[in-house]
Every structure is written in C-alpha cells, then in structure tokens.
Design a protein around this ligand. Structure first.
Ligand code: TYM
Length: 335
C-alpha cells in the first residue's frame, strides 16, 4: 500500500501557507486507503535557535493544528520526530551518502543563510538529508508538501538512489513522489506578492496566522497589497498580477474550488467587494480550527499523550527498516 509521510517544523506559529499548502492536503489523504504518517519535526526546528520553552509550545501547537484541522490519530500516525531516535540515526547514515555538491545546490539553505553562511549551524546545512531520513525511514511513497519543499524531495530521491546503487540493493529505498497539488501550493506574502508567506517574515501583517482572530484576519486582508484593477475574467490575466493572483488562489483553496470558478463569480468586482468576502470566508474556515486549537492547548498532557502513542506506532515501522539499513551498511548489531 502507498505510504504517505510529511512534516511541519515547530518554529513559530502556523500560517495560512502551512494550512493550505500542507495540513489541508494532509487531511485530504486520510481515508483514501493509504497509510498516513504526519510528524512535527522538532529536530529540524533547532537548526536555527529556538528558545526551549517556545519549542515545546510550538511543537504542541503544530500537533494541535493537525488535530483541530481533522487529522485523526486513529487514522494517521501523529508524533514528534525526536521521540523516534531512528530519524537521527538514519540521518547520520544519509549524511554519508549525500554529496557536498548536492547540498550546495539547495536554494532554501542559500536563502536562509544569505550572506552569513559562515554563521549558520552545521545542522541547517545538513537539514535536507535529515528530511530524506524522515521520508526513507518509512519507505514512504508519497510526500505532500508545498512548492518550496520540492527540491528537498528531489534530493531525497537522489540520496535514495545513490544508497541503493552504492550498496547494491536496487529496491531497498523506494523513490518517493512529491505531491504538490491544489491552488495554494505557494501562498504568497500579503505585502509582497513575489515573496512566500512564512512564519518568520518581519511583519505580522505579511501573514495570516492560524490563531489570528476574526478582526485581525479582516484587517490583514483589507491592508493586503493589491493593484487598482478589478478582478479579470480569466486566470491568465492574473499572470502579471502576483498579489491579485495570490488572493484569488487563497479564495479558491479555502472554498475547495478552482481559481477559474472564483473568477467566474467575481469577474469585474473591485477589491472593496472581494477582500471582505475573502476575509469572511477565511474566518469561517479558520475560526473553528483556532478555537479547537486553543481548547487543546489548555490540555498539554493530552497532546503529549497522543504524540507518545504515535511515536510508538512510528517506531514499529521505522525500527525494522533502520536495522535492515545497518545490516546493509555492514554494522555489527550483536545484542
Ligand atoms: P515547513 O515547516 O517550513 O512548512 C511545512 C509545510 O508547509 C508548506 N508551506 C507552504 N505551502 C504553501 N505556501 C506557503 N507559503 C507555505 N509555507 C510553508 C511547506 O511546503 C511544507 O509542506 N522541511 C519541511 C519539513 C519537513 C518535511 C520532512 C516535509 C521535515 N521533514 C519530510 C516533508 C517530509 C519544512 O521546513 O516545512
């Protein structure tokens, strides 16, 4: 059976980008006859400094976001990465398979490191090979992600292929497919339609947080940068209008339609009409989730309990695969 794996970093709060590009897609994979595994990747989060108390809180918040959005621990395995030590163990082996030249091509590292590459952690550089370990440890076949993670999943395929080739085990690691679907695979910054919406942008006005209240959501969409033109009739006409296209894409993703259908309803409308409708739609979809997240965050023991049980189930899959990997590599395991 196909096996789905994906993860989200607990570094700051969840954004509308994480919701539409990842969590909503994760929920859609449930009940489709696939095994689904969703991780909170705390080991990845510490590749940049995280205050320990904030990390604990953010880990629970991502888990609460999963649960409140409809991921069901009876149908999906939900856990935090550090509770399954096999991730770090396979990560090391894959560090020895991945080539420096491959890592040097990773655009996300280059963007994050900027001119200050010398000051970044070694972990940030190795980040994509730990991500490969996350996926390969379960022999996952499908990886739902936003557009920004495509290169990392492709690197995972390269690492898997090199391992299979070098150790002459051609079928050992399946090459996983990135699944990048829907109208919101790259939700853009509300103040600059050429930049991705991210947890770490300077201004809170750039992003919608999953925990924003109704007034804040309305205010952020109202102030979102647009252009003076009304909405066009065809999607092609948005190709040079990144901010406008972004809001149409968000509308489509939130309402489970296509951008073309949104335009069929709103062609000719101005922003004074479209933005309040978008804000109302966003609030109607996000408010129930944020209320449930807040409720869950009042009971951290319950969240931790779910993550612990998920980790046990994850280990049942991961441990035999890790042990076979050690055998293939030639490591003695005599107890
Ligand atoms: P992270 O935590 O940055 O983002 C989590 C997921 O949200 C998607 N995403 C977006 N989608 C659309 N528009 C946006 N503006 C936007 N921002 C974020 C991301 O594409 C991602 O799917 N490296 C990963 C975490 C990870 C992982 C893995 C993913 C670690 N191991 C194994 C898949 C499989 C990351 O940093 O995601």
């Amino acid at each position: 059976t196909p096996r789905v794996f994906s993860g989200i970093k607990p570094s700051g709060g969840l954004t509308l980008g994480n919701y539409l590009g990842a969590i909503k897609r994760f929920v859609a994979t449930q009940g489709q006859g696939m095994e689904t595994i969703y991780c909170v990747v705390d080991l990845h989060a510490i590749t940049v400094w995280q205050d320990p108390a904030d990390l604990t809180n953010a880990t629970r918040e991502v888990a609460a976001g999963y649960l409140a959005s409809g991921l069901d621990p009876a149908q999906s395995i939900l856990f935090n990465q550090s509770q399954v030590s096999a991730h770090a163990e396979l990560g090391w082996i894959l560090n020895c398979v991945a080539r420096l030249g491959w890592m040097n091509r990773m655009t996300q590292f280059k963007e994050k490191a900027g001119k200050n590459a010398e000051k970044q952690s070694l972990g940030l550089y190795a980040y994509p090979s730990l991500m490969a370990a996350d996926i390969l440890l379960y022999h996952a076949t499908h990886v739902p992600v936003g557009e920004d993670q495509k290169q990392h999943v492709e690197l995972t395929r390269d690492i898997a292929a090199k391992f299979n080739h070098d150790y002459k085990v051609p079928e050992f690691f399946p090459l996983p497919e990135p699944v990048i679907e829907g109208p919101a695979t790259r939700v853009m910054n509300l103040r600059d339609g050429t930049k991705k919406m991210s947890k770490s942008g300077e201004s809170d006005m750039e992003r919608i947080n999953m925990t924003d209240d109704a007034d804040t959501i309305a205010k952020k969409f109202k102030k979102a940068r647009t252009d003076p033109e009304p909405l066009p009739e065809t999607y092609d006409e948005l190709s040079e209008r990144p901010e406008a296209r972004n809001l149409v894409d968000i509308f489509a993703a939130l309402s489970d339609t296509k951008p073309e259908e949104v335009l069929a309803d709103y062609a000719g409308a101005g922003w004074g009409q479209f933005k309040p409708a978008l804000a109302e739609l966003a609030v109607s979809k996000l408010a129930p989730i944020s209320v449930e997240m807040a409720r869950m965050m009042n009971d951290p023991a319950e969240i931790d309990n779910i993550l612990g049980k998920g980790a046990d189930r994850a280990m049942e899959i991961a441990t035999p695969i890790l042990h076979r990997t050690y055998d293939i590599v030639g490591m003695i395991r005599s107890r």
